[in-house]
Design a protein around this ligand. Structure first.
Ligand code: ADP
Ligand code: MG
Length: 858
């Protein structure tokens, strides 16, 4: 056995191996140690392997799913080795000692799950692959729980941002890849060969050419091919359902890099949960597939104005007509998740209940489609969606006739095919039922015949049908000519068989077995019929999801008094009464009011410098505007009374390092790396928010860096930018940069207390209110008093010298010196150059020599 185990373990590679033994999956050696620790189950030892005991642990096969879920969540991958023959077959094959043959039937990984119990119904579960060819890069992503398959062609510089948009459960790359550090698993190089990828896709979709999918680049073929090869590997040949790939190029979506996503908390909060994210604050969808689509929309705001307006038109239709909105949402709420039911059926893990879900979902979609087609003034997107809701009439009809109203998850016991669907099956069932009735009659006859009123006919797994009487009455039946045969004597009862009962029992059992076989055959046929239409069904699921997203956004907009954004062709950003949806909701829960703020960026005021006290609302103001851009381009209304903006091609958000300590990295370095990326990538169409950049280092360094970054953005990138800073000195930049304007969050001291108004106003903050904030935070009065004294001294010093930024006004502008290399200065050399040696006394010369030596060792 160990030999078989070790061979399978070799094949499983770095996966944990679940080795089937009877009713358990067992793990051995290091696998057992890992699993027992992760699952908190007992680690035992077995027999001997050489001299050592082998560590082992096991989980019951019938409840393996829950254990699998925990292992996958903890980042493991699990290969399942099951028995592929029965013990009887093994004996027939190789004699009484033969080992039952086992094989790895599936590799369970985070990216390849279809089980309902292991998936979150409201988020997609992506498995991604990175492909490279001839300097190009592409990412292929599949959610095999629904069959969605996407290929994104991007430059090498955007690969990690695109991956971040999907946040895959699993990412694979070639072992020779330049992007190996983005991957969770590396696969053989040959899997990512573009020519092989092409033939793999052709055979998978049964097409002679891939042109129908939009042209795939070599890198796209490599990525898609690598992904399909991996899915094939994990499913051990039973490749799951994949729809034809949807190919996009990165320019079709707003570019948002990983750091920006994290800082804006678009789809997950910084703690990694959905709660607290923008998505969570916006989501009013009523179906799992709608929630998944909304997540995808927010992760990838569009760049195509026509497409955005089409989405907005539909949202507006639902927004303006509350009755229609309620009707649609009510209908959707009642529908099962047909996308995922289809995914399970296609993966060969479908159940009668999944077919029932298809039936009910498609039927619901049909009815909804009827109603929507009858509407007046349909926006174009609705016109495109409505026909996709219908057109499964025959399949619905078939499933309605074939299935009972509530089909079970478990097919083993039968009972899911409806009466009247198959006359032969009905006959078998009648025979079975007739047999059972005849057996009941026989019981009454036997009682009469024997005079034993307590005689019963029972059924169990060992004896089948049998007659049971109390031990004290058994003698009569024991007589040789009684017509009964003794089977078993237990403590209080004795069991018998009889010829008539035997015949009837055979009839009942056979009819039952035949009925089960007949049902299973129907299940297979029905599944095949449904899968023939899988692409059309998947399209219906998408149409339902789009309706859910649109109606949900309309609901959210109505609830919050949001406005439809107006999109224009020039790079402006004009928001009246803007709010931050997450902060607003948090304040509302505490019974507080959010102060709405305007933001107006335009050609001659592209860059806003926002100053003001800590806790004044700077960060909130910056983020709310970035979020408004995301929502608008995702096709949503926005939390504002009015919004007009030109499309944003790239969005960046950076937060100064000290605000970010929780992330526990060398934060100033990270801050600078991320800021460098903005300066390299932001275009005049981009939107950038910089929050206290430069904060992670000493005052002088920080101010200098912030100063230079603002200048560079203003002169070079020329993007729309909001820059929050506590460096009051930066306000001097307003005199030098003509598209830079000053703003501050207002605060007032009232009776010695600081009142934060959270209101954004024009002009610089009059002072920093640091001490007032410190008092607000509960610093002891004695400490505050001391700080006040220190501050007075410092401020007096500043008066004299002109302060931290004294002299900066003479500095030429960034652009003027952008080309110049920084001049190398050598203090030793300059000191030497100024020396007049002839004028020195020997003693002075010696002094100078000491000083120069000191300079050299600095
Ligand atoms: P800053 O970045 O200036 O230190 P924040 O933006 O972090 O300030 O805001 C601090 C707190 O003030 C927030 O957590 C929120 O509770 C409150 N706040 C911010 N903006 C507003 C607003 N516009 N209306 C009401 N409260 C706000
Ligand atoms: Mg802040």
């Amino acid at each position: 056995m160990m030999a078989q185990y070790l061979a399978l373990k070799e094949e499983a590679g770095d996966c944990l191996l679940f080795y089937r033994m009877g009713d358990f999956f067992e793990l051995f050696f290091d696998d057992a140690k890992v699993a027992s620790a992760c699952l908190d189950i007992a680690l035992t030892a077995r027999g001997s392997h050489g001299d050592d005991k082998v560590p082992m642990c096991g989980v019951p096969a019938h409840s393996a799913t829950g254990y699998l879920a925990r292992l996958i969540k903890a980042g493991h991958r699990v290969a399942i080795a099951d028995q592929i023959e029965t013990p009887e077959e093994a004996k027939k094959r190789g004699g009484s000692k033969a080992l039952v043959a086992r094989a790895i039937i599936r590799v369970v990984t985070a990216g390849t799950l279809t089980e309902e119990a292991l998936l979150d119904s409201r988020s997609a579960n992506w498995c991604a692959a990175i492909g490279e060819a001839g300097g190009e890069v592409a990412i292929a992503c599949a959610d095999i729980s629904t069959g969605v398959f996407e290929v994104i062609e991007c430059g090498a510089d955007r690969a990690s941002a695109e991956l971040a948009r999907y946040a895959p459960a699993e990412t694979i790359a070639s072992e020779a890849s330049d992007f190996a550090d983005l991957a969770t698993a590396l696969r053989p190089k040959g899997d990512f060969d573009s020519a092989r990828g092409e033939s793999r896709l052709k055979s998978l979709f049964g097409v002679a050419t891939l042109d129908g999918f939009g042209s795939l680049s070599r890198a796209g073929l490599a990525a898609a091919g690598g992904l399909v090869a991996y899915l094939d590997h994990t499913a051990k040949g039973a490749l799951p359902f994949l729809r034809p790939p949807h190919v996009t190029r990165t320019e079709s979506a707003m570019a948002i890099d990983a750091a920006t996503r994290e800082s804006l908390e678009l789809t997950v909060s910084q703690s990694g949960a959905r709660k607290g994210s923008l998505l969570d604050a916006v989501d009013r969808t009523v179906t799992g597939s709608g929630a998944r689509m909304l997540g995808a929309d927010i992760a990838a705001p569009l760049m195509d104005r026509t497409a955005i307006e089409a989405r907005l038109d539909l949202v507006q239709r639902f927004h303006d007509d509350a009755g229609l909105r309620d009707m649609v949402r009510g209908a959707l709420r009642a529908m099962p998740d047909i996308g995922r039911a289809l995914g399970r059926l296609a993966a060969g893990r479908g159940s009668p209940r999944d077919l029932g879900q298809l039936r009910d979902g498609l039927d619901g979609a049909w009815r909804l489609g009827e109603k929507l087609s009858g509407l007046a003034d349909r926006p174009p997107l609705l016109d495109a969606l409505a026909p996709q809701l219908r057109g499964h009439g025959e399949l619905i009809d078939l499933l309605q006739r074939a299935l009972v109203p509530d089909p079970p998850v478990d097919a083993d016991k039968g009972g899911y095919i409806a009466e009247g669907y198959d006359a032969a099956l009905d006959d078998l069932r009648d025979t079975g039922a007739g047999g059972r009735r005849a057996i009941a009659r026989l019981e009454a006859e036997y009682r009469d015949q024997t005079g034993i009123a307590t005689l019963k006919i029972k059924h169990n797994g060992v004896l089948g049908y049998h007659i049971e009487v109390p031990a004290k009455s058994a003698d009569k039946l024991m007589a040789p000519d009684s017509g009964f045969t003794h089977r078993q004597t237990l403590a209080g009862v004795v069991r018998f068989n009889a010829p008539e009962l035997h015949d009837l029992a055979i009839k009942v059992t056979q009819a039952g077995a035949h009925a089960l076989t007949a049902e299973a055959a129907h299940l297979e046929d029905l599944t095949a019929t449904a899968l023939d239409r899988r692409e059309a069904i998947a399209a219906t699921a998408d149409a339902l999801a789009r309706l859910d997203v649109s109606a949900g956004l309309a609901e959210r907009a109505a609830e919050g008094g949001w406005a439809r954004p107006a999109l224009v062709d020039h790079a402006c950003f004009d928001i009246v009464g803007g709010r931050h949806p997450v902060v607003e909701a948090a304040l509302a829960r505490a019974g507080e009011r959010f102060v709405a703020n305007d933001c107006s960026l335009s050609e001659d005021s592209r860059l806003w410098l926002v100053t003001g006290p800590n806790m004044g609302g700077k960060s909130t103001f910056l983020r709310q505007n970035a979020l408004i851009a995301v929502l608008a381009q995702a096709g949503s209304y926005v939390p504002a009374t009015r919004a007009t903006l030109g499309l944003v091609d790239r969005l960046f958000s950076r937060v100064g390092a000290s605000d970010n300590l929780a992330r526990g990295r060398s934060t100033f370095m990270v801050e600078m790396v991320e800021t460098a990326a903005i300066l390299a990538q932001a275009t005049p169409q981009s939107f950038v928010i910089l929050d206290e950049v430069g904060r992670g280092t000493s005052t002088y360094d920080g101010l200098a860096i912030a100063w230079a970054v603002v200048e560079a953005i203003h002169e070079e990138n020329r993007c729309r930018c909001l820059f929050a800073t506590h460096y009051h000195e930066l306000t001097r930049l307003a005199e030098r940069c003509d598209a830079l304007t000053l703003h501050h969050v207002r605060a007032r001291e009232w009776k010695g207390d600081l009142v934060l108004l959270h209101e954004v106003s024009e002009g610089p903050a009059d002072r920093s209110y640091g001490l007032a904030v410190a008092r607000l935070a509960g610093l002891p009065p004695i400490t505050i008093k001391r700080a006040r004294a220190v501050l007075d001294k410092l401020e007096a010093g500043r008066e004299k010298t002109g302060g931290l930024a004294a002299g900066l006004d003479d500095l030429p502008l960034f652009a003027a010196m952008a080309e110049e290399e920084p001049e190398a200065t050598d203090p030793l050399r300059s000191e030497l150059e100024t020396l007049d040696i002839d004028a020195l006394s020997p003693r002075e010369a010696l002094e100078i020599l000491y000083r120069l030596k000191g300079l050299a060792s600095e």
